[in-house]
Ligand binder design. Structure first.
Ligand code: SF4
Length: 300
């Protein structure tokens, strides 16, 4: 019987063949070849850029030009081998003159990405640039407002940052991109550690939470709702979004309980405040506490 990774590789190759012969949008007319993307079928980390450039169009591979070389250096700087990640783009055919893809071209190509993700099941998706961010997180999302922070949606982590091509044109963007990759590494560390309890270091929560003691007991023994207040002053900046804090809270509480298949934690309400109890958004440097109303769901 074929292993899941082999099955996944075959499924990805089937999608890649469709992409190479695709004529769904006008971008196929001027391409040398389409660029489906590359990486292992069990890659836990997916990168999504904008579209192929001149080098990619010739070689049929993603991120092999100057921006790709910068991506390789960024990955090296956070000790993640390129061979372990899947790299692709929002559109798979080169827009003429490297212009931004039109919304109808993005819409035509997006189903391929959805299908690739349904094979890959990436635990972390890194969106490189505004086009990928709008395509995957919603057309109203502004890159500057979401970049550098983990968002938890649809059962996986999303992390947006600048496109390496933009960083090649601006030293300040290059510095910001490097800092974002350090944050991405932090997110990946927590995610990989959390998913595999054998690799979970006892001190890992202390790395996330400077003061991990909740003021209410978190060992939820029965159904019902409970309010939890949490000192979150030391939460790493990458997790300072409502959706990320809610996910960390879920994991922390469930780890206090004996493992029970199908039991989850629903976060009914979540509010963050400063040291004086005034509501502030999680990304505010003065944010000090998280107050949540939670209940156990599922199980026998
Ligand atoms: S960009 Fe995507 S949808 Fe358009 S022709 Fe290429 S593969 Fe097809």
């Amino acid at each position: 019987m074929a292993s899941p990774a082999v099955d996944g590789s075959e499924a990805l190759e089937r999608i890649a063949r469709e992409i190479r012969s695709c004529t769904r949008c006008p971008l196929h007319q001027q391409r040398t070849q389409a660029v489906p993307g590359e990486g292992p079928a069990d890659a836990p980390l997916l990168f999504v850029g904008e579209g192929p450039g001149a080098e990619e169009d010739v070689q049929g591979r993603p991120f092999v030009g100057a921006a790709g070389r910068l991506l390789d250096r960024l990955l090296g700087s956070i000790r993640i081998p390129r061979e372990r990640v899947f790299i692709t783009n929002t559109v798979r055919c080169r827009p003429p003159g490297n212009r931004e893809p039109h919304p109808d071209e993005v819409a035509a190509c997006l189903p391929y990405l959805v299908r690739q993700m349904s094979v890959l099941h990436p635990r972390v998706v890194c969106l490189l640039g505004a086009t990928a961010t709008r395509a995957l997180l919603g057309s109203d999302q502004k890159l500057n407002q979401v970049r550098g922070r983990a968002l938890r949606e649809a059962g996986r982590w999303w992390f947006a940052t600048y496109h390496p091509a933009a960083a090649l044109r601006s030293a300040s963007l290059a510095n910001a991109l490097q800092e974002d990759f350090r944050r991405l590494r932090r997110l990946v560390d927590v995610e990989w550690g959390t998913e595999d309890p054998a690799r979970w270091k006892p001190g890992a929560l202390h790395k996330i939470f400077a003061h991990p003691q909740p003021t209410e007991p978190v060992l939820l023994a029965e159904a019902g709702t409970l309010r939890i207040s949490w000192e979150v002053r030391g939460v790493h900046p990458v997790f300072r979004t409502e959706s990320a804090l809610a996910e960390l809270l879920r994991r922390f509480v469930l780890r206090q309980r004996p493992a029970e298949p199908g039991v989850g934690l629903e976060v009914l309400k979540l509010e963050t405040t400063d040291g004086s109890g005034r509501p502030v958004p999680p990304e505010n440097p003065d944010c000090a506490h998280l107050h949540a109303e939670v209940r156990l769901v599922g199980g026998a």
